[in-house]
Design a protein around this ligand. Structure first.
Ligand code: NAG
Ligand code: NAG
Ligand code: NAG
Ligand code: NAG
Ligand code: NAG
Ligand code: NAG
Length: 377
């Protein structure tokens, strides 16, 4: 879209020159048909975004559309020539994800009422359920660090971890105060579709990842999943701005997920955005702008959330070469292309009318109707 000549004339072509130079510029006065994509790929930063560019199936760089409210680092939404498939790059962390996704969902340029959202990024992986390079699809997203925290050196002797919930006075209590973004639940039937499609993919791996993974072999086999080759797994994602690592925090947040999902969630990945993106989508759904039952969260394992036995947490997080980043990024595409292609090709028979959810779909507050099967009830 270009600025209408009339508007350029009105402004003397001066005021908006800088903006016009950056690419397609939307105008609120322009009477154009809204862009109605079938699939919106949501990436968080450059490697997750560029893995979708230059591929054989479609060209996301056919249209670069400037989105008011987007991250200054990623100002354009990208779309294929037909606008059937588009991509948003949110920027990293909860604040960037929330604001970018809100800007997209409430943008007058798009009609997203029937659009599928594939939130597709890399993340830390729990070796109890998955491995580096592995691909996961979540039903629950949990904002695990939305809690109180006391530094270890000041911790009461009977606290088993530094984190304890808002409105609570001990670890692993049910939160006494709910902000509304603690837990999101997604369409489980749609997840089953996505998993079945993704299982057609041949997943990438690296020799460095294979070697590092072997370190997770233990006599009791507690990390057996971590030692296996990459595969597609159904398990849930923790969101936290803090990039945490280590056995104790990983176990602590895993237990938080148990409590907050009333025992249904299975913690396997950690990332910095999903809850924020989902909160924006819940609010847009409440405003009738998107269908929250059309959201898929896919995370690929780029690094283990805890060290192998006998390795200290800092060594593992900062110095060891795990070899998972490359395969994790490439598997966003390998698995994701099956999901995107499956939705577009199956549009007329299945996806256009939507996949009926068998489970509760929405946030902890029940904002979209229905009764959450978790939360304070
Ligand atoms: C869109 O932007 C990308 C880089 O971000 C560029 O490679 C591509 O040529 C642009 N497409 C158009 C149609 O200008
Ligand atoms: C949005 O797209 C849907 C599906 O194509 C259509 O039914 C609806 O009328 C559109 N709404 C607007 C406001 O364009
Ligand atoms: C810790 O000990 C204090 C004082 O005895 C007690 O009030 C509190 O409930 C205990 N907290 C936990 C988490 O056990
Ligand atoms: C993040 O989202 C997940 C599920 O989508 C939800 O369980 C969790 O509570 C959210 N966390 C925050 C802090 O919003
Ligand atoms: C872990 O794997 C690496 C190879 O990536 C190896 O060099 C290292 O010695 C292993 N560490 C342990 C404790 O097994
Ligand atoms: C979830 O667990 C909490 C704490 O045990 C409980 O108060 C609440 O009623 C449960 N929610 C549901 C929906 O069962």
């Amino acid at each position: 879209m270009r600025l209408p000549t009339a508007l350029l004339l009105l402004t003397g072509g001066v005021l908006l020159d800088g903006v016009a130079a950056t690419g397609d510029v939307p105008s609120p006065t322009e009477e154009t048909e809204k862009i109605t994509p079938k699939v919106f790929i949501v990436s968080m930063f450059t490697p997750e975004a560029t893995v979708w560019w230059g591929i054989s199936q479609f060209n996301l760089l056919a249209h670069n559309i400037s989105l008011p409210g987007a991250s200054p680092l990623f100002p354009n939404v990208h779309c294929t020539a037909t606008h059937e498939i588009c991509q948003l790059v949110t920027g990293e962390g909860e604040i960037n994800a929330a604001v970018s996704m809100t800007s997209l969902a409430f943008s007058p340029l798009f009609n997203l009422t029937t659009t599928y959202f594939l939130l597709a990024g890399i993340g830390g992986i729990n070796p109890q359920l998955g491995t580096i390079g592995g691909v996961t699809f979540a039903r629950f997203a949990i904002q695990v660090a939305l809690q109180r925290e006391i530094d270890l050196r000041e911790l009461p002797a009977n606290f088993s971890t530094s984190y304890f919930p808002q409105g609570g006075d001990a670890p692993y209590e049910y939160p006494g105060k709910i902000y509304g973004t603690e837990v999101f639940e997604l369409n489980d039937a749609l997840r089953s579709w996505a998993v079945a499609l993704a299982r057609h993919a041949t997943l990438d791996d690296s020799s460095a990842a294979r070697e590092y993974r072997a370190n997770y072999t233990t006599p009791d086999g507690v990390y057996a999943a971590g030692t296996r080759e990459p595969s597609v797994v159904e398990c849930d994602v923790a969101t936290s701005d803090v990039y945490f690592s280590g056995k104790l925090l990983a176990e602590s947040f895993g237990r938080t997920i148990d409590v907050w999902t009333n025992g249904t969630g299975r913690y396997c990945t950690t990332a910095q955005e999903d809850n924020a993106s989902l909160e924006a989508l819940v609010r847009a759904a409440a405003a009738g702008l998107v269908d929250f039952a059309r959201v898929v969260v896919m995370r690929t394992g780029s690094d283990f959330d805890r060290p192998p036995p006998g390795v200290n947490a800092l060594q593992h997080l900062v110095y060891n070469r795990q070899g998972g980043h490359g395969p994790a990024v490439r598997n966003i595409y390998q698995a994701g292309i099956e999901v995107v292609g499956g939705i577009v090709e199956g549009w007329d028979e299945v996806f256009g009318k939507g996949v009926q959810a068998g489970n509760y779909v929405g946030d902890i507050l029940g904002s979209l109707g229905g009764e959450p099967d978790y939360g304070p009830a």
